[in-house]
Structures are given as C-alpha cells and as structure tokens.
Design a protein around this ligand. Structure first.
Ligand SMILES: C[S@@+](CC[C@H](N)C(=O)[O-])C[C@H]1O[C@@H](n2cnc3c(N)ncnc32)[C@H](O)[C@@H]1O
Length: 206
C-alpha cells in the first residue's frame, strides 16, 4: 500500500510549517516501515512538532482506530492547523501546545519527530512562530538533543521513535551517545535534496 500525503489546508496559517521535502521523506519512511509499524501493534502514538499535522494523519492512515493519537507543538497555530487536518482526514486526535512532551505523563509506543534541524545561532530558538520550525541552534541539535536525553522516559519498552536528522547534525555522535544509553538505532531512509542530506532513523530500546 502506498501512503499518500494526507489532506491539509494551511491557507489561514502563514506561521505554520508547510509540508516540505523533509515531511515527504518522513512519510516515505512510514510507508517503508509500515509492516513493522502494524506488526508492533502500537496503541499510543505521539507526534512532537506536528506543524500541519500531516505526519500523524499519515500514521493514522496505517494504524486506523487501533491506536490513540496525540500531538504537540510549541506553535499554538500549528495545533489549530493540525486539528483541522485531523478533521479533513477523519482522524481522532488530541493536539496540545507544549514544549516537546513536557506535560504528558505517559510512555508512547510510537513517537514521530521532524524537528527544527537547521544549524543556527542559539539565539534564534525563541518565540513560537515559524522560526521555531527551522532553528535548531548550534549543530541543529538543541531541540533534538533535549528529546533524546529524555527518550528513555517517554518511550515504552517496545516503542519506536522515528526521528529526522540532517547530515550536519553529526549523526555518528548521536548514534554513539544513544548506544551508550542502551538504544538500538536503525536507518530507515535517506535522501539528498538540493543543499541537504536528510535521514530518518528509528530508535528503540535494545
Ligand atoms: C520542521 S517542522 C515539522 C512540521 C511537521 N511535523 C512536518 O513534518 O511538516 C518542526 C516543528 O516542530 C515545532 N517545534 C519546534 N520546537 C518545538 C518544541 N520544543 N516542542 C514542540 N514543538 C516544537 C515547530 O513549531 C514546527 O511545527
């Protein structure tokens, strides 16, 4: 089964990240890993930084009503846009404005995160508008590292976290650090686009 990009409409949301090459690579990763996703029978899913909401809606196309869907975004407009996307695609989900998953006290079976990965000054990671979609701070890892440092606490024992990374994020170092913490890391898909080499990795507890 091929996984189409879910319907969305960002006409009233100039401050919300428009699905782009990275988003489409992520959807392709979900499509490629679909069998594994279905066979692992996740019941609790969370997309962090949902933006338009197309990734969580794509996941819901795979898992349908076998799973509960949550998402978060630091940008309140993204939460409204995601709720609209959910309605357009008939996906029941809860979307809340928050930093990562700070206020959610549960462990997820599947986590999706296409983070702000562009290398920028740390000072650019402020506010809650469109800059938060891109600005990743030094090495583009400021937000990603915060998630990875906390991953053990928010991922269930058999859970999987799908994460988009840029070559310049120093993936080797991430792999080493997460390996030391007992995580298994596997490349799902990669793609070179003009100016960027993007990867989607999955992290699971070994
Ligand atoms: C690259 S965009 C991805 C949007 C969407 N998931 C997609 O793939 O098209 C990154 C998203 O993460 C959100 N974000 C950035 N920092 C965040 C944080 N600390 N907590 C939650 N969301 C965050 C941004 O507002 C933005 O919507």
């Amino acid at each position: 089964m091929s996984l189409q990009t879910p319907l969305y409409n960002l006409n009233d949301f100039p401050d919300v990240y428009e699905p782009s090459e990275d988003t489409h690579l992520f959807i392709d990763a979900l499509e490629k890993d679909m069998k594994h996703i279905i066979n692992s029978k996740p019941t609790l899913a969370c997309e962090i930084g949902c933006g338009s909401g197309v990734l969580i809606a794509a996941l819901a196309k795979i898992l349908k009503s076998t799973c509960c869907y949550f998402c978060t975004d630091i940008n309140p407009k993204a939460c409204i846009a995601t709720t609209r996307t959910a309605k357009m695609n008939k996906v029941p989900l809860e979307c809340t404005r928050m930093d990562l998953t700070t206020n959610l006290k549960c462990k997820f079976d599947i986590i999706l995160f296409n983070p702000p990965y562009v290398l920028t000054e740390e000072l650019e990671i402020f506010g809650c508008g469109l800059n938060r979609a891109f600005a990743g701070g030094l090495r583009g890892r400021s937000v990603t590292d915060r998630l990875l440092n906390n991953l053990n606490d928010i991922l269930s024992d058999n859970g999987v976290c799908y994460l988009l990374l840029l070559k310049e994020n120093n993936i080797g170092e991430i792999g080493e650090k997460m390996g030391e913490k007992g995580f298994k890391i596997k490349l799902v898909i990669q793609r070179k686009i003009p100016g960027e080499h993007l990867f989607v990795y999955k992290f699971s507890k070994a």
